[in-house]
Design a protein around this ligand. Structure first.
Ligand code: ATP
Ligand code: MG
Length: 228
């Protein structure tokens, strides 16, 4: 699955301008970048445009100019339904708040993307168990999210994000709500996944977290600059 040379994820002249009363806000100024496989950290002050960038890369928001290419597919040229299917097949997400489905157990949450992808029940259950085991939560399989600690829930969210082996993993402050030890465990999962050749884009306020990435994008007032 790895493609050591060449990028899977590319932003071309990508920008987002939001209307703001009579005025406009340039949340993201035109930005071109080929994300290499591995982990890219996105840092910058609050309100600088980090989530705007991630939402565009995910296809959750429409760019004002430019496009997002994933392995040659123009994300925003797809229909709404086509984009949802495409996202399901190619992306994993981890957010600050784990966004687990409250009425499903830990195991069922991990199975969920596999169910949507039409993976047969036996196979998806087996894979979900292996993933939960991988994040150290085999013993919590039947717990509901409300019965998990914040860090456990976040590890379930990472297992879910990796369940269908996505090429692109997008994370917005995934360790923001966790103590440093639990945060480190979640980060290990993400860096491990980057080492396997995935394209991981990780928003963080934490310098120590950014230091673990292969490279860093700095965002300031909507302007993105790459360093290293
Ligand atoms: N839907 C929207 N409509 C209007 N303005 C928006 C919208 N979404 C974001 N903005 C503005 O765009 C700018 C960038 O917001 P964004 O959420 O990308 O910041 P951020 O870097 O993720 O900040 P934080 O670190 O606080 O999460 C902000 O000034 C914000 O107010
Ligand atoms: Mg944000």
């Amino acid at each position: 699955m790895t493609r050591p040379s060449g990028s899977v994820l590319t932003a071309q002249n990508l920008s987002r301008i939001y209307p703001s009363g009579e005025d406009t806000v340039t949340a993201l100024a035109p930005f071109t970048y080929a994300f290499p496989p591995g982990m890219t950290a996105v840092v910058g002050p609050s309100g600088s445009g980090k989530s705007t960038l991630l939402n565009l890369l995910a296809g959750f928001d429409r760019p004002t100019t430019g496009r997002v290419l994933v392995d040659g597919t123009d994300l925003h040229a797809l229909s709404e339904a086509g984009r949802a299917d495409f996202r399901l097949a190619n992306y994993g997400f981890v957010f600050q708040n784990h966004n687990l489905v409250t009425i499903l157990t830990a195991l069922e949450n991990v199975e969920f993307p596999l169910m949507l992808a039409g993976v047969p029940v036996r196979e998806r259950r087996e894979r979900a168990r292996a993933l939960l085991d991988g994040v150290g939560l085999a013993a919590r399989a039947t717990h509901l999210p409300s019965q998990l600690s914040g860090g456990e829930a976040q590890r379930v969210a990472v297992a879910r994000a990796l369940a269908h082996n996505p090429r692109v993993l997008l994370a917005d402050e995934p360790t923001g709500n966790l103590d440093s030890h639990t945060g480190e465990r979640v980060l290990e999962l993400l860096t491990g996944s980057a080492r396997e050749g995935r394209t991981v884009v990780l928003i963080t306020h934490d310098r120590d977290v950014a230091a673990l990435a292969d490279r860093t994008l700095r965002v300031r007032d909507g302007v993105v600059t790459a360093d290293g």
